[in-house]
Design a protein around this ligand. Sequence first.
Ligand SMILES: Cc1ncc(C[n+]2csc(CCOP(=O)(O)OP(=O)(O)O)c2C)c(N)n1
Ligand SMILES: [Mg+2]
Length: 599
Amino acid sequence: VLRDPGDAIFSNHRNHGHFLTYSGNCLGLLAEIMGREDGVCKGLGGSQHILYRGFHSNGVQAGLTAVAVGNALRRKLAGETGITAAFIGDGTLGEGLLYESLNLASVWQVPVLFVVENNRIAQTTPAPSTIAGGTILLRGKAFGLSCWCFNDDDPDFFQRVEGVLETVRSLNAPGFLVINTDRLGPHSKGDDSRDSAEMASIRDRDPLKRLGDRLTLDEKHRIDEVNREFVATTREVAAASPPARYRHRPKHSFTRSGDFARFPNEPISTDTNVRASLNSALRHLLSNHSDVVLLGEDLHDPYGGAFKVTAGLSTEFPGRVISTPISEAAIVGAGIGLALSGWRPVVEVMFADFLSLAMDQILNHAVKFAAFPETRVPLVIRTPSGGGRGYGATHSQSPESLFAGVPGLTVVFPSHRHNPGLLLRRAALDWSYPCVFFEHKLLYGLQCGSGRYRECVADPDDVASYLFPTLERGPANADLTLVTYGGMLPEVERAVAALEEEELAIRIVVLSLLAPLPRRTLLNVVASGSERIVVVEEGHSEFGFAAELGSLLLENGYSGKFSRVGAPPIPIPAARTLESDVIPNEQSILEAVYSLFRP
Ligand SMILES: Cc1ncc(C[n+]2csc(CCOP(=O)(O)OP(=O)(O)O)c2C)c(N)n1
Ligand SMILES: [Mg+2]
């Protein structure tokens, strides 16, 4: 009954039945499970991870519930028909994201039907020992959803479920359906701890068996025979499909091509600061692209976001700048749902420190979907980052290296010497992969300006290195090259001014793209003509950006001196005096530089 072309399903680890009911594609599913080329996801997904038309599933319990809400939000905003079904098991009632998703669905009144398959067991754990008081249904009621509960052996089960779907469709609002059912076998292989008497009664209650009992023996045999033959043939055809193989071993998830002419450059405007540049980029996106929507906490006027980057936009674009509950995981998930269904969401996470709450959505959902062939996830997550304002340990961090370590995630961190607004527009419009866009708090108020920097030549095979350029300033044969990005640039420039007083020739290289690391661009510019390289980053330097750059240089034969400057691996303290002792500054940069000139 999910027959509207706009309908979508977000399933879970137990997706085979959902998939077959949705698609009827038995061969595609079996070949996928067997790791064959004819699999619906060409062997990339396997048993649990499926993306096929409007069908999505993966193996993270509740992980797709927020993505489902985003999928339904897109349809609602676009005024389209269709509903979204999101499946969970009873054991998944322990996952926090589920409640963020129920809340979002209710606040936004989007047509998502949450379906709880209540088999009273989770892997090996009986439900009563993990599901606290009240009934399951009350959980849906608590969020104001229309609620239903049926047994799967109810003779009118199908008609009842059809009625539920029609209600959700006609109300265009969320629902919560609990289906009491049974698990007929072990969770995986030999992991069923239920005793034989319980299993016998479960098998006896099996609605399919009960249906079968109404048939004559002859009819039953005939149906069994047809089914056996169908399964045997399907298996044979699936087995004849070649094992899935990469044509070329992939180096990354990004497709690359050097057609830079598609992305015109723009001179940087010097009469604007970073905040205004970003604000006008968002205004441009909203004015010219009806598929752009902004999500985040406190974005609305007159507040306009914690750092005022969205000021004025909720007034100018009613309904498209959406202030959300405090639910970082769910709003990033909803962004994934919007992006997967063709829109260009820009999500603001109020402080970069809170990205950790959305890590599962980024690591297990956004980049995983984006790695499927012909799948675009143009999601931008903007976030103010870094210290220098005495905000303490949970509002001052620089977590970009953590996120640069996520395979398939794009990490952009512009400085005031880049064109921050242009880079944000490119992340939203020209780049079809999930991107975390860091904005340093101390840069918001700085005037933009190219400051005598020039763009390094981009790698012709790497569009990202062009879209999010690396800048350089200073002579090619410098005594020393300083490499940095984001909020460290003003400190680096102060240090360089001091060094130039001492008649040292210093080159500065400033990245805006941290991941995928613009390797060839960096090798061309950094490794050539410098015997001393100092990398400055604000985050703690262990396992960080500078370490990655150091490896790149070593692997490519660099034999000069190398040093990195970063914070120690401790929580950022709140007192300004303590904070300035741990975050790199002009003085600590100079010390690192001088140490490389000592014999
Ligand atoms: C976030 C997460 N934690 C743990 C698991 C491992 N796991 C897979 S299925 C499962 C039990 C799920 O139980 P339930 O939600 O009741 O679904 P059922 O299998 O009974 O349909 C567990 C713990 C997982 N896949 N995802
Ligand atoms: Mg269960």
